[in-house]
Design a protein around this ligand. Structure first.
Ligand code: G4P
Length: 529
């Protein structure tokens, strides 16, 4: 098959939600439709249990399983669908942000009773900033929940989206009768039978047809007619281009657990979701159809077996074809590398592949060459953008607890940071090291892994920081900048890439600093322009 056709077939996306909204359940149902798994429960193991906040051993166990579910691929209606796993646990939010750099679209899952929750807000904001096409799936319609119109309002207001429903519930919870599919113009009656894989729909184009009363009862028929009229008057008509531009988000309703409304979602998804989109590099915009291979590392899984330093770097192919045993340029190291056993992912399995196309993810065995954000090309000097670091929420000094093992500690810290577990800052004043994380849980994970994988021991000490801000100055010779560096020396550090960071100890001091040194720009992420 020709190269262009292969690209056109690919749909690489992520499902994002607040924990418990139903992401895992929906993923599983999508895989069932694709015939990639035979029974429910297969993906479930990957979930970090709620108890995990205090049980990081559980996370270690999950880390093993999650290699298998990092990319779940299946075929549906001749499309190759790659679902990239995004951890829901908020302590791993940064992993999710990074994975979002590798998706071409997303599905946002919202719990009908809880509405828009915190984690969804954060993740959608990232997608909105990058104009990633989004489809919203409102889940758990079999339960009592919020009024559908109120929810659509909430989605618009809290998530800053412009929505248009492509399906609409008929009743809800106890009275849930089914869904009217506005996109396909049919009615899907709810039976509550989750085993049912094929849903029977009743084509229904003319709402005035009195048969509607017979099918769903007179009260529901009146309500549905009114609701559809309202939708027609209030919401914009669905336009694929607006969805692709990230300016309009279609909404579906359903119940993942009952496998209800999922087929409608998937059918619409394969029809409208974009194939691999062009990606910005610092140097230029790269299109999927370009012949030369380019790709970037968005995730690293390391040391699954502590005895062997095996790491798997996940590379998203942006353009060209990735071929086994062909030399590629590792741009940061300016070194050519060959990969004799690149892995592709299919359902829950990974296998060695000879060729991969744009949109695909390949897993490369690595002995420490890669870090997140690295670019591979056929020779061109390119740096893919869009894998910024965000200000961590927690900061602690890290101390070496075993002076004989300082080499091991440094190596361990170095590799764990390459993997993106946390961020390391080195204070300008005294060279002390500070670890910044999104969640407190990571400190336990780091301590445990340093000990078990590198034989090093560390302790932590509190370091009260409100936010890390990356410093930008147009003119480093101007007096204001020099004064800033002198006065704030105690609060300045370098991140791993050597970028200067201001560690503000309170929101007040941040404000004051900004006022006092207006020419020094302080950014909450490491990528700015
Ligand atoms: P997550 O990955 O977004 O965290 O959510 P997950 O799919 O694990 O779903 C969270 C809980 O919500 C699960 O129940 C799941 O069964 C339930 N759920 C998902 N979709 C629906 C739905 O359409 N209707 C209803 N009523 N429930 C739904 P749990 O009790 O936490 O887990 P489990 O014991 O079922 O595994």
């Amino acid at each position: 098959m020709n190269f262009k056709k292969e690209i056109e077939k690919r749909r690489t996306f992520g499902i994002i939600s607040h924990p418990d909204a139903g992401k895992t359940t929906l993923t599983e149902k999508l895989l069932l439709f694709g015939g990639a798994i035979q029974e429910a429960g297969a993906v479930k193991n990957n979930k970090i249990k709620k108890s995990a906040t205090s049980d990081f051993m559980e996370i270690e166990r999950q880390r093993g399983i999650s290699v298998a579910t990092s990319v779940l691929a299946f075929l549906y209606k001749d499309k190759k669908i790659n679902i990239l796993d995004t951890p829901g646990h908020k302590d791993f939010a940064e992993d999710t942000f990074r994975t979002l750099t590798a998706v071409d679209s997303v599905i946002v899952v919202i719990d009908v009773a809880k509405g828009v929750e915190e984690q969804t807000e954060k993740l959608v904001e990232v997608c909105r900033m990058r104009n990633i096409p989004m489809i919203v799936f409102i889940n758990k319609l079999d339960r009592e929940g919020k009024d559908a119109f109120d929810l659509l309002d909430e989605v618009e207001q809290k998530l800053g989206l412009h929505v248009t429903p492509l399906s609409f519930p008929i009743g809800m919870g106890y009275d849930f009768k089914g869904i009217y599919n506005i996109y396909e113009r049919n009615i899907n009656l709810f039976s509550g039978d989750s085993k049912k894989n094929i849903e029977e729909t009743i084509a229904f184009d003319n709402m005035e047809n009195p048969e509607l009363e017979e099918i769903i009862g007179s009260k529901a028929a009146t309500d549905l007619r009114e609701n559809l009229e309202l939708i027609d008057g209030v919401y914009p008509k669905f336009e694929k281009q607006s969805y692709l531009d990230g300016t309009l988000q279609p909404v579906f309703f359903g119940s993942a657990l009952n496998n209800f409304g999922v087929r409608e979602l998937l059918d619409c998804f394969v029809e409208i979701a974009p194939p691999p989109r062009p990606k910005k590099a610092e140097e230029r915009l790269v299109a999927a159809e370009e012949e030369e291979m380019t790709g970037f590392v968005f995730k690293i899984h390391a040391n699954m077996d502590p005895k062997h330093r095996d790491r798997l770097a996940f590379v998203k192919i942006v353009s060209g074809t990735f071929e086994r045993n062909k030399p590629y340029l590792h741009v940061r190291h300016n070194k050519k590398l060959k990969f004799s056993s690149p892995n592709a992912f299919f359902a829950e399995k990974k296998e060695i592949v000879d060729i991969s196309y744009p949109g695909d993810i390949v897993g490369l065995h690595d002995t420490g060459n890669f870090k997140i954000g690295d670019t591979l090309t056929e020779g061109e000097i390119l740096h893919y953008k869009g894998i910024p670091s965000f200000s961590p929420e927690h900061f602690r000094y890290v101390n070496n607890a075993d002076p004989m093992k300082s080499k091991q500690l440094n190596k361990g810290l170095d590799q764990l940071m390459d993997e993106g577990v946390a961020q390391l800052f080195t204070l300008e004043l005294n060279g002390r090291k500070v670890i910044g994380t999104v969640g407190a849980l990571q400190y336990e994970v780091i301590q445990y892994r340093l000990e078990h994988e590198y034989g090093a021991k560390c302790t932590y000490e509190n370091f009260p920081v409100y936010k890390a801000c990356w410093v930008e100055a147009d003119d480093k010779n101007n007096e204001e900048y020099k004064e800033f560096i002198r006065v704030k020396q105690k609060f300045l550090a370098k991140d791993k890439r050597g970028q200067l960071v201001f560690l503000a100890d309170s929101s007040f001091s941040l404000q004051m600093t900004q006022q006092k040194y207006p020419s020094v720009k302080l950014h909450f992420t490491s990528e700015f322009e």
